[in-house]
Design a protein around this ligand. Structure first.
Ligand code: NAD
Length: 726
């Protein structure tokens, strides 16, 4: 055996990030980025890769190359986001993109075929690298995912992806991958033509070598491609067909992004340029647009969120050095209603056995059916196979007794939102649990320490506040009561991560962080309705600001009765700052509960489909005369009410950091991601400016807009919430 430089050696030669071996004319390059859990294409890795291609090219013994990874479940996860975040000008980012393109052009044009043997995440720059190879084999494993997620960071693929992917799989399929950023599983990637072959992980390396040998002995040629189907030929080779597809895609993207995200249009510009003027000009346009986007405020905020959620993955949830938690082996769920079933769903989906309890067999059955419905839908959308669904369902069992709860590492309670009931359920359940197990309540408002007063082991009690629908919402808010131990927090955080959530840990208090901050926001909506602002105007103003739905829609969705109860709890705690809205009170008194009762601020048909504002609701408003407020004024009041409460949560120690507050607001209740979160937004506006604007509102509307002390102090000192990201 000899190494890639032609020197004979025994065994393997270890370079800093790649391992290279050569036998029978086939060199195997295995990437294993030193000191990192995943392979990312940092400058150092790129330089080493380029040097390796040079030396392989100079070595006549090399006739084919296999590119693979020796990390457990990652091929290449993408570019180095930190490197990109440190870039200050569009020109710098453009040249990063040009360098990446050139490197991959060399991969494509190398003297020898390069075969990508892919197991694990193959994302962003990782997939772009694979696309430049002559042949791609992926392992048939759930961990193997292929995608171009750049759009989710406010970017576009910058190493030739906007040019190679459409040529490989056709315009329509490429647009779908690039504009959604969603990764594909191996089988789907095969059917679209992203990869050439899918094999069992155990034979991936052997098949890669076989294919390499076929290239070497001439039975396979680098020109071999898959035949394109007729529809694709008609579309891709026809400028009129292409422009229709692109126009439709642009319209759909605009609708989705509300005009707040420039990357989808940029991706389509780069793709269109490639079709019109060829891949060289297309790549130039790609790099230019990549450069512009990389320094845009939107991408900077989305990259911040990416970094923040990545950092949370490594955060144990406590500041002390507690032993890492043992993996969750068994979960108990009490209450098989909407939330309980949701929590059970994600648990079985992640391979955790679940015992679910409710008061009647009927309620248990309903909960189990709800789990099945979500999993079936995943099978229908090809996110999971039927077999995986059956395996997951076999992990779920239901009961009306406490049998089996002694095995649970964590029991999550999701019964009705009522303090006495929650205390009673805790008391009953604790007796059936093993001493070290964690008891977590999914309450969205009630302080954990109040639930835990009756506990025998209050140190094992915490909050695990999931959001609805549980299988879609990415956040978990773990709540630490006054008696909760570090071990309990660590266990709850680790479980949340295992269930696929971004987890923030907050201290106890009414409404914790997310409910409290959202309540301040909805409270302001109530005040605006009291002054007879139109429902449509209020919702439209906040959607225009970037929220996924308007506050009145949200009230109808959450349930007006639930919102009313939350307001009560928070009003007791925070006095006049949260004022019950007269409108909300009289709308509730009229028997309206929102979507679930098919009657709220909006009208609903029998199927629960929304049918516009219910104009009869205006008769219940305290002030008959309608008021027209400019959208900017509505946004100013709504957002500053929210921001002020978020800062108070940081000031009062509910939040551990501004980072958690930003992640919590974006992933918990839909604060616009392109603004980064309430703290990032405040930094971008300038603290002094925000204080001044709050004081102006305080003059008009009173105490609730009195700026949080922390905000005033930090503004006076010229500080920011995220000082490292100026
Ligand atoms: P739900 O009414 O859908 O379900 C509650 C379930 O608890 C019912 O099936 C009921 O039969 C069962 N139950 C009641 N008493 C019980 C007992 N003693 N033992 C076992 N089961 C019992 O309610 P939900 O919307 O799922 O809410 C549950 C909890 O989750 C509440 O604390 C709520 O505040 C919280 N939460 C709800 C949402 C949401 O959007 N719905 C979001 C976050 C948190």
């Amino acid at each position: 055996m000899s190494d890639v430089h032609g020197n004979t050696f025994h065994g393997r030669e270890r370079m800093s990030h790649f391992t290279s071996t050569l036998s029978d004319g086939v060199a195997v390059l295995a990437l294993n980025v030193a000191g990192e859990s995943v392979n990312v294409l940092s400058r150092e890795v790129r330089e080493e890769f380029a040097a390796l291609i040079d030396s392989l090219s100079a070595n006549e013994a090399v006739q084919a190359v296999i590119l693979t990874s020796s990390k457990p479940d990652v091929f290449i996860a993408g570019a180095d986001i930190d490197e990109l975040r440190s870039v200050r000008t569009a020109q710098q980012a453009e040249s990063l993109s040009r360098e990446g393109q050139k490197l991959l052009d060399r991969v494509q044009e190398a003297r020898f075929p390069i075969i990508a043997a892919i197991h694990g995440a193959c994302l962003g720059g990782g997939l772009e690298t694979a696309l430049a190879c002559s042949y791609r084999i992926a392992s048939d494993h759930p961990k193997t995912t292929l995608g171009l997620p750049e759009i989710q960071l406010g970017l576009i693929p910058g190493a030739g992806g906007t040019q190679r992917l459409p040529r490989l799989i056709g315009l329509r399929a490429a647009l779908d991958m690039i504009l959604t950023g969603k990764p594909l599983r191996a089988k789907r990637a095969l059917s679209l033509g992203v990869v050439d072959e899918v094999v069992h992980p155990s034979i991936l390396q052997r098949i890669a070598r076989e294919r390499a040998m076929e290239f070497v002995n001439g039975t396979r040629s680098r020109k071999d491609g898959r035949p394109r189907d007729a529809a694709r030929v008609l579309l891709d080779d026809n400028p009129v067909g292409r422009s229709v597809v692109l126009r439709k895609a642009r319209e759909a993207a605009k609708k989705r992004s509300g005009g707040h995200y420039p990357a989808p249009d940029a991706a389509m510009d780069a793709i269109a340029r490639g079709y019109a003027d060829g891949p060289v000009r297309g790549a130039q346009e790609e790099a230019r647009l990549f450069g512009e986007l990389a320094v845009s405020p939107v991408a900077r905020e989305l990259m911040f969120l990416f970094r923040a959620t990545t950092a949370l993955k490594k955060d144990t949830g406590v500041d002390s050095n507690v032993q890492p938690a043992a993996p969750l082996r068994s979960l108990g769920v009490i209450g098989a209603g909407f939330m309980g079933a949701g929590i059970a769903t994600i648990a079985v989906q992640h391979g955790v056995p679940v015992r679910m309890k409710d008061t009647t067999h009927q309620a248990v059955g309903k909960g189990m059916a709800a789990v099945r419905t979500v999993l079936r839908d995943r099978v229908r959308r090809r996110r999971m196979t039927r077999r995986e669904m059956d395996d997951a369902m076999s992990l779920l069992s239901g009961t009306t007794q406490l049998h089996g709860f002694g095995r649970a590492d964590i029991v999550v309670e999701a019964v009705f939102e009522n303090l006495e009931l929650k205390q009673q359920v805790l008391h009953e359940t604790e007796g059936g649990m093993r001493p070290g197990a964690v008891y977590a309540s999914n309450t969205s408002t009630i302080p954990i320490s109040e639930i835990a007063v009756a506990a025998r082991r209050p140190e094992n009690v915490c909050g695990m506040h999931f959001f609805s629908p549980v299988h879609r919402m990415p956040l978990l808010e773990v709540v630490r009561g006054t008696m909760t131990s570090d071990e309990t927090v660590v266990m709850a955080v680790a479980a949340g991560k295992l269930l696929g959530k971004s987890v923030i840990v907050v201290n106890d208090g009414p409404g914790f962080y997310t409910t409290r901050t959202l309540a301040a926001f909805l409270n302001e909506a109530g005040q605006l309705l009291d002054s007879s602002v139109q429902i449509e105007d209020l919702d439209a103003a906040m959607v225009a600001f970037g929220f996924p739905v308007g506050p009145v829609t949200l009230l109808d969705e959450v349930g007006l009765d639930v919102a009313g109860k939350v307001t009560e709890v928070l009003r007791e705690a925070f006095g006049s700052r949260i004022r019950a809205s007269d409108t909300l009170r009289s709308v509730l008194a009229d028997g309206r509960t929102g979507r679930k009762g098919k009657k709220g601020f909006y009208k609903y048909d029998e199927e629960g489909e929304r049918k516009g504002v219910d104009s009869s609701v205006y008769d219940l408003f305290p002030q008959a005369e309608q008021v027209d407020l400019p959208a900017e004024e509505i946004q100013e009041r709504m957002v500053l009410a929210l921001v002020n409460e978020a800062v108070r949560c940081l000031e009062g120690g509910i939040l551990r950091s501004a980072r958690d507050g930003d992640v919590g607001a974006v992933f918990g209740f839909g604060f616009p991601p392109f603004l980064g979160g309430p703290f990032r937004w405040t930094d971008s506006q300038g603290l002094t400016n925000v204080v001044r604007r709050m004081e102006a509102l305080q003059d008009r509307f009173g105490e609730r807009f009195s700026p949080a002390e922390l905000l005033v102090t930090m503004a006076a000192r010229g500080e920011r919430f995220h000082p490292d990201d100026a």
